[in-house]
Design a protein around this ligand. Structure first.
Ligand code: AHG
Length: 336
């Protein structure tokens, strides 16, 4: 039997990174390990979703006014559980909960980080066996250590994230996370139950051929944006068009694909919903951080997503994100 010791597990990788900073406390590594554990537990349930009676609405409506699926609740509880019992997290904000949860105990009050997460994004796809995901952003708290964390710790612009990541439950399950030092992807090896480094130092290709947008909303978009989408479909493009349209309707899958292959993902504002659909804190900030670290760009059409000062936990924003040159091309058509 050949044992490939060149493959690092998530834990080995984070410890290796930690050793490069002699003064580091290991809290971030520990946090990522906790998140990896929650992801593995959620993965088991996602894989069983077609087999057991876990499908369907749990009968409640979340703070966004959307139906809550049972797996959403399960995923939310797993994340809350590992973060509350870990040593690194002072409190959490979840897309599924109205308010932040402050873990007011001695260990948590002395923890440096807070985490914002969307436990199961794209959950309307569960019933039809399409990829879904978990998204998270980690912030260093600004309130005094030793005391419970406060709302101020959560309402920080995305640029202050120290790490962000996602898990995609797809044909295989992957955890991808970024710190300022780089983006790395780990694929779950079900035989050993470990995330193994499979995509080291991910870079978003500066150009690509994929564009992702909900075409059903086309006539709800502003004119400049409609012109750009039309241009994506033309043969006379100097940069290799026409592009290929790909849209799963599950942001984690869509942005993951474009991050690896090169592309642009757009969820613009519409006439009915000028603020768009996606949540700044749970979806847009983590992905914007990762894509920027990988060399791409992310804006709301007017400004960098990571510079937006949030005013409320559940606010929405239009989002344009992806390969640098494609984003620059969009900006020549669309100036809201
Ligand atoms: P949900 O979790 O309610 O399924 O929403 C998914 C999000 C995001 O992941 C995806 O990109 C977007 O909503 C799709 O929205 P549209 O169906 O409006 O295109």
């Amino acid at each position: 039997m050949i044992i490939n010791r060149r493959i690092l597990t998530l834990d080995e990788f984070t410890i290796q990174q930690l050793r490069q900073f002699p003064t580091a406390t290991g809290e971030l590594s520990s946090l990522l390990r906790d998140i990896g554990l929650a992801a593995k537990r959620i993965n088991v349930e996602v894989n069983k979703a077609g087999l057991v009676d876990i499908l369907g609405d749990a009968g409640s409506v979340n703070v966004q006014g959307e139906d809550v699926k049972k797996l959403d609740i399960y995923a939310n509880n797993q994340f809350m559980g590992v973060l509350k019992h870990g040593i690194s997290c002072a409190g959490v904000g979840s897309e599924e909960l109205d308010d932040v949860v402050v873990f007011d105990d001695e260990v948590s009050n002395n923890s440096k980080y807070v985490v914002l997460f969307d436990p199961l994004d794209g959950s309307s796809n569960i019933d039809v066996n399409i990829s879904i995901g978990t998204i998270f952003g980690v912030y260093r708290r600004v309130s005094e250590l030793g005391k419970p964390c406060t709302e101020e710790d959560f309402l920080q612009p995305g640029v202050r994230q120290v790490a962000a990541g996602y898990v995609v439950y797809g044909s295989s399950t992957m955890l991808v996370y970024a710190t300022r030092r780089g983006v790395n992807g780990f694929t779950l090896d079900p035989a050993i139950g470990e995330f193994c480094l499979s995509h080291p130092d991910i870079k978003c290709p500066p150009s690509g051929k994929l564009y992702s947008v909900n075409h059903g909303n086309f006539f709800q978009y502003e004119e400049g944006l409609r012109n750009y989408i039309n241009a994506c479909q033309r043969k006379d493009k100097t940069n290799g068009g026409p592009y290929t349209q790909r849209y799963v309707g599950s942001m984690v899958a869509d942005v993951h694909r474009n991050l690896i292959k090169g592309g642009i993902f757009m969820y613009p504002g519409t006439i009915d919903k000028p603020g768009g659909k996606l949540r700044l804190m749970y979806e847009c900030n983590p992905f914007s951080f990762m894509v920027e670290v990988a060399g791409g760009k992310a804006t709301d059409g007017k400004q960098r997503i990571l510079d937006i000062q949030p005013t409320e936990l559940h606010q929405r924003t239009p989002l344009f994100i992806g390969s640098k040159h494609m984003m620059e091309e969009l900006e020549t058509y669309y100036k809201p």
